[in-house]
Design a protein around this ligand. Structure first.
Ligand code: ATP
Length: 454
């Protein structure tokens, strides 16, 4: 299919327009590590902000926390990560590469022409051995045994160990949640597929503490709520599905796990996980720390260890899904255009302000005046460089939903054109109405014009 959205197209657009580039490039890079440029940071900020609105600001029952990245190493013993946060690893003695034993089907051998590991007669794969994904570091100047610590592989444990603080200080009773956004680190054996699997990523996790008898209901509630959030921010429902893990696939702590999957260019893959963690974490931390982590009702009449429902996702996986879903190529008046049909609330720049003729100082003055008015409320961009068609195409590629153009007529009657990224419709409106109109447009519910099958 000519207009298939491939990961290569997304990577190339991200690079061309300065969303994301390979990290440490001037030193030859560092495999599967990326840096975000201006537009990439703006998109990440928008994703985080939309998540915080839905999970915290628009609710009464969830509070925030920001825990340390390096925690007491006992935390990871209690959580089961020291012992069990492993992937099975195989080495190839011939090509010296390493693969995840459970993902050989998706891996490629280093030799040419590339095949699955084990498919050449010369392949010499070792037996799988367990490889712990936690990054180790040393706290303090002496690399002695007692100083060994880990970079957190998930933000969740920083929440559980603060359960008592929140219960007491935020005066909460179940059902209530604690949300955290922050970097997590995993020494993935085979990172790749752009940002889909990286070693350093920004997780958004929320632990929702509920009375044990209500856990199944809340588990279902959070699966639905999270799918609806993706649909609200533009992902096509035809590209989303919920896949429930079978008992053999579940993590050691889980009483039920569902992956919200997106149909990435690499096929259906986990976008977000929603897990019913039962009372595993609070019980283990009670055992290991000696601090009772339980809910005690008024007068001590009620006492129980809450069960936990956890929606967990990384900004990176949402970023890729949203770009893939938004990417579109079409022919307009005999010319190809690439457009990112991002939800306006996710788009890095909300509007562009463009003087038609950069050399016309009256137009420039009007356009700059409008730009300065709008930027008080939104991220907007002023651009006077190059032919107007090229400037529109640039804004299309970064997903700017609206452009306001100041032209000859503006100087006569103080009206500008508004151009819609998706429909390409243009109409005139008074320059004094632009701010209100942009605000209205950005508040409106939005659905992608892309076909559900595209
Ligand atoms: P996978 O099976 O893909 O390795 P996982 O089941 O180990 O993922 P979880 O431990 O459930 O992942 O992590 C919760 C969420 O964190 C995932 O749904 C995903 O959005 C994100 N995530 C996990 N690992 C990575 C990674 N290496 N890069 C980017 N995001 C990640």
């Amino acid at each position: 299919m000519a207009d298939e959205v491939t990961m290569d197209k997304i990577v190339s657009l991200c690079r061309r327009r300065g969303f994301v580039f390979p990290s440490s490039e001037i030193y030859g890079g560092l495999g599967s590590t990326f840096d975000y440029g201006h537009y990439g940071v703006l998109v990440k900020n928008n994703i985080r902000q939309r998540w915080l609105e839905a999970m915290v600001y628009e609710r009464d029952d969830i509070v925030l926390i920001d825990s340390a990245i390096i925690l007491n190493p006992r935390v990871w013993e209690a959580s089961g990560h020291v012992e069990g946060f492993t992937d099975p690893l195989v080495d190839c003695r011939t090509c010296k590469l390493r693969f995840r034993a459970d993902k050989l089907e998706d891996s490629q051998c280093g030799r040419k022409p590339s095949k699955r590991p084990g498919e050449f007669s010369e392949c010499a794969l070792t037996e799988p051995r367990q490889f712990n994904l936690m990054f180790e570091t040393t706290v303090g100047p002496v690399a002695e045994e007692g100083a060994r610590a880990f970079l957190r592989p998930e933000t969740a444990q920083g929440i559980f160990i603060n359960f008592k603080n929140v219960l007491q200080l935020a005066r909460r009773r179940p059902p209530f949640g604690i949300a955290q956004v922050g970097k997590s680190f995993r020494n993935e054996i085979t990172p790749g597929n752009f940002l889909f699997r990286v070693r350093e990523f920004e997780q958004m996790e929320m632990e929702f503490f509920v009375p044990p008898a209500d856990s199944e209901r809340w588990y279902r509630y959070w699966i639905d709520a999270r799918v609806d959030w993706y649909a609200k921010y533009g992902l096509r429902r035809s590209r989303l599905r919920v896949r429930e893990h079978g008992p053999e696939e579940r993590s050691h702590y889980s009483q039920g796990t569902s992956d919200i999957e997106y149909d990435y260019p690499i096929g259906w893959s986990e976008l977000e996980g929603v897990a019913n963690r039962g009372d595993y974490d609070l019980t283990r931390h009670t055992e290991f720390s000696g601090t009772e982590l339980e809910y005690v009702g008024p007068e001590g009449a009620e006492r129980y260890v809450p069960h936990v429902i956890e929606p967990a996702v990384s900004i990176e996986r949402i970023f890729v899904a949203m770009l893939v879903d938004a990417y579109d190529e079409e022919e307009v008046a005999g010319r190809e255009r690439t457009v990112l049909r991002l939800h306006p609330a996710i788009a890095p720049v909300k509007a562009a302000v463009l003087p038609l003729v950069a050399k016309d100082s009256a137009m420039v003055e009007k356009a700059r005046g409008l730009y300065e008015e709008l930027r008080g409320s939104h991220v907007v961009e002023y651009d006077e460089g190059g032919a107007i068609g090229r400037r529109y195409r640039r804004q299309d590629e970064i997903g700017t939903p609206f452009a306001f153009t100041v032209d000859e007529q503006t100087l006569a009657d103080d009206t500008v054109t508004i151009r819609d990224r998706d429909s390409l419709a243009q109409e005139r409106l008074a320059i004094g109405q632009v701010a209100a109109r942009l605000g209205d447009e950005l508040r409106r519910p939005w659905a992608t014009p892309k076909a559900s099958s595209a």
